[in-house]
Write a protein that binds this ligand. Structure first.
Ligand code: COA
Ligand code: AMP
Length: 638
């Protein structure tokens, strides 16, 4: 890639911070508004800020209807590719409008109104996008729950969001086979205190679910007779969706996204970061259950009138590691977005890039990677094999769109391996020490963002503004705490190295070790437990549990481990990828009783560590080291 300097990037970035009103008002011109804003940035309730106060619009109108009105009706809006079901078809903007307005019509007819919550627990099928857009159309607030979560995780979200309606499907299809969703849904509804009136169920041919009389409705029959419904105008500041993400406790955080700021930020990012305009083809190979899916499978590409690829499959095994490349070629994808773990999986199965040999990827301009730290090996392997710019960029569920990135649409800069490049316009990113003082370039610290956050970022946590203030805004007043640690170099490039809390990142999926610990403690044999994230070549990190047993446990180790693994799968879900567990006699703790998880993590990953001065019993570290070595970690790496 041609090396370019950072001047233009810095200039745009600086304009966004010195004149945010002008900057974002300008960006907002890309959308259709029903009423103009009174204020671009409303800081009257700081540190809670809102964008485009007084304005009104409809996100679904901007993502669907207006493209039909502007002559894009025959263009494919969603290109569905499902190697696992051997099905592949395009949905035009005309068809999308018809599907979404009828589904919205049905939802309205069963009493779902503006502001009501709707849970969507679905696999990667076009109907999932219809469901999200139908909610947006009538001003209902959707909350998509990732299909790899267990029934109890779904139940927690049902009780927090209190949905009027749930949309689900009979099953998802994983490489391991058909995963029935409906029994999980029924189980979750059984577990939750909140009662749901109506469930719309998409019965797929791979697994037919029984419908509960009086509650469940078959998707096709619901939509068949439903009236089309027009878009309902909402306030720019009204919530569009709630997306739950892992916090440090078992109770997930419901990140609230607004309508106006979200639409503005996403359409800005499509052009400036991803270099995508109307008519282009964009593909984010993620899942709609994650923020990447919300922003860049559904809303971002559709808001700008692009074609989005919705892929039901995996980078490998569905059927082979060439699937990504063949889809890019077949559908002429211009920008492609996936997680480093997906590239590592391809690299493992096709190290020499043999599957790239017979495809013509001249359509592809850029590969974007995010979701976890992009290790330099993965970056270089992809650069060399694809011969395209490979762009790491960093963001989180909370921010909804990139915080640090290379602006490939307007001001590309030099790629530095290990760095997601520079802070994106709108974000004033700083690296600070414990006292909140900015550290020298190259020195590590907590990565924070000066308030206000730009449009499109979280506005609060659902039902819990205090938790929002406590978790993100209190540690450094005037700043948003990202929870990530890292450093900035002399050129202002950011390097995100680790989390400062108990969150781990498994195959690009964000999970809370606190939640693992809560679940493992439920086992009657367990007295105490610590879960840490250990390095993994494929998935980045894996959860590893160390348990201290109660006296008199008669189970064999093998039986115990099997039960603990099953317990996590039952309560968190298969996405937890929990397979590493061992019993230890005692956990290392400080004299005040704090478990030394950080030190254990370093031992597991064979990194240097200092004996903590406050350790209660140094011997415990040896016990842990022995257990980890037996599991193939710690000294076993040497
Ligand atoms: N519904 C039901 N089950 C699901 C699921 C879903 N939507 N998604 C994952 N699972 C299950 C998988 O079937 C697997 O179950 P198993 O233990 O029975 O095999 C388990 O959850 C773990 O899945 P996954 O994390 O996908 O691991 P994997 O070993 O099947 O595949 C990768 C490994 C690297 C190929 C895969 O993780 C991947 O493609 N990652 C990309 C991540 C990504 O896009 N992240 C989003 C942020 S950008
Ligand atoms: P999620 O909210 O699931 O998107 O996870 C967000 C977290 O993933 C961030 O806070 C980081 O810890 C990590 N993350 C995401 N993208 C990157 C990246 N490009 N580099 C380093 N870490 C990343």
């Amino acid at each position: 890639m041609k090396t370019l300097n950072c001047e233009l990037h810095h200039q745009i970035h600086s304009e966004s911070l010195t004149e945010p009103d002008r900057f974002w008002a300008n960006a907002a011109q890309e959308l259709d508004w029903d009423r103009n804003w009174d204020k671009v940035l409303d800081d009257s309730k700081a540190p809670i800020y809102s964008w485009f106060a007084g304005a009104e619009l409809n996100t679904c109108y901007n993502a669907v209807d207006r493209h039909v009105e502007n002559g894009r009706g025959e263009q494919v809006a969603i290109q569905y590719v499902s190697p696992v079901t051997e099905s592949e078809y395009g949905i035009t903007y005309n068809e999308l409008l018809a599907q979404v307005s009828r589904l919205a019509g049905y939802m309205d007819s069963v009493g779902v109104k503006k502001g009501d919550r709707v849970i969507i627990y679905m696999p990667m099928v076009p109907e999932t996008a219809y469901a999200m857009l139908a909610c947006a159309r009538i001003g209902a607030i959707h909350s998509v729950v990732f299909g790899g979560f267990a029934a109890s995780e779904l139940a927690t979200r049902i009780d927090d969001a209190k949905p009027k309606l749930i949309l689900s499907a009979s099953c998802g299809i994983e490489p391991s086979g058909v995963v029935p969703y409906k029994p999980l849904l029924d189980d979750a509804i059984g577990q939750s205190k909140h009662q749901v009136d109506t469930c719309i169920i998409l019965n797929r041919s791979q697994y037919t679910a029984d419908l509960v009389t009086g509650r469940d409705v078959d998707w096709q029959s619901a939509v068949a007779s439903a009236p089309n419904i027009a878009c309902q105008t909402v306030a720019a500041t009204d919530p569009l969706y709630v997306l739950y993400t892992s916090g440090t406790t078992g109770q997930p955080k419901g990140v609230v996204r607004d309508n106006g700021g979200h639409a503005v930020a996403l359409s800005w990012s499509m052009k400036h970061i991803y270099d995508i305009a109307a008519g282009d083809v964009f593909w984010a190979a993620s899942d709609v259950g994650w923020v990447v899916g919300h922003s860049y499978i559904v809303y971002g590409p559709l808001l700008v009138g692009a074609t989005t690829v919705l892929f039901e499959g995996k980078p490998i095994g569905t059927p082979d590691p060439g699937i990504f490349w063949r889809i890019i070629e077949k559908y002429q994808v211009k920008s492609f977005f996936t997680a480093p773990t997906a590239i590592r999986a391809i690299k493992r199965d096709d190290p020499d890039g043999d599957f790239l040999k017979d495809v013509d990827l001249s359509c592809l301009k850029t590969l974007f990677l995010a979701g976890e730290r992009c290790d330099p090996d993965t970056l270089h392997w992809s650069e060399e094999r694809l011969n395209k710019p490979v762009i790491d960029h960093w963001w989180q569920t909370e921010t909804g769109w990139p915080v640090a990135a290379n602006l490939m649409g307007t001001a590309p800069v030099e790629v530095k391996a290990g760095s997601p490049a520079l802070p994106v316009p709108g974000y004033q990113v700083e690296v600070v020490d414990e006292m909140g003082d900015v550290v020298e370039p190259g020195a590590s610290g907590n990565v924070v963002i000066k308030l206000p956050l730009p449009p499109g970022t979280l506005t609060t946590l659902w039902n819990n503004e205090q938790r929002y203030l406590d978790s993100y805004l209190s540690m450094y007043p005037g700043y948003y705490l990202t929870g990530d640690a890292g450093y900035m170099d002399e050129d202002g490039y950011l390097y995100i190295m680790s989390r400062i809390d108990d969150i781990i990142n498994v195959a690009g999926h964000r999970l809370s070790t606190g939640r693992f610990e809560e679940v493992l403690c439920q086992h009657e044999a367990v007295a105490e437990v610590a879960v840490i994230g250990v390095d993994d070549k494929l998935k980045g990190q894996l959860p590893l549990g160390l348990v201290v047993l109660k006296k008199g446990v008669t189970l064999s180790d093998e039986e115990l481990y099997r039960e603990l693994i099953a317990l996590v799968r039952e309560h968190i879900g298969p996405v937890a990828s929990f397979r590493l567990v061992s019993a230890v006699q005692k956990l290392p703790k400080t004299r005040s009783g704090k478990i030394l998880r950080g030190t254990m993590r370093k031992i597991a990953d064979n990194q240097e560590y200092k004996m903590p001065a406050t350790i209660e019993d140094p011997q415990t570290l040896e016990l842990v080291r022995n257990a980890l070595t037996r599991m193939g970690y710690a000294d076993a790496h040497v």
